[in-house]
Design a protein. Structure first.
Length: 143
């Protein structure tokens, strides 16, 4: 299993789409709890439209997002706290179901997990993969 990840921090929609195209990604799996953004074009509806125009699918798996306390810990650089909070999130039945859905989607076609942070080491998407798909080959894309 091969999974891509990408963050949209400090990029444009055009560069973001180009990074996905260059990697052969056919589907974006949005793992943000809140698919809203102050960055133009990265909120759910406009992003879905841009991806569709580029021939890339979009799926939002809200339960795989970070809860508010985890986002706060991440903003403050408290990675251990984020890890603890996010582990609790993944124990919820809805998150377990969406984790299985994510794996099925990745098996179907080349997919990239989407979140805000450019650097995956500071983002919950790396924790998600560590716990849900530990044997997967992971490629982090940078737009």
């Amino acid at each position: 299993m091969h999974i891509f990840t990408i963050g949209y921090e400090a990029t444009t929609v055009g560069d973001f789409l180009e990074a996905l195209r260059a990697a052969g990604v056919k589907q974006v799996i949005d793992v943000r709890a809140l698919p809203l953004s102050r960055r133009p074009g990265f909120s759910k509806s406009p992003l879905r439209q841009s991806l569709a125009e580029a021939g890339i699918g979009y799926v939002h798996l809200k339960a795989l997002g970070t809860p508010p306390a985890g986002r706060e810990a991440a903003r403050k650089g408290r990675h251990e706290e984020l890890e603890h909070i996010y582990a609790g999130q993944l124990e919820l039945p809805e998150a377990a179901a969406q984790g299985a859905q994510m794996l099925a989607l990745v098996e179907e076609q080349p997919s990239a997990l989407l979140c805000y942070e450019r650097e995956p080491s500071g983002c919950h998407r790396s924790l998600l993969l560590k716990w849900i798909a530990p044997a997967a080959k992971v490629t982090h894309l940078f737009a």
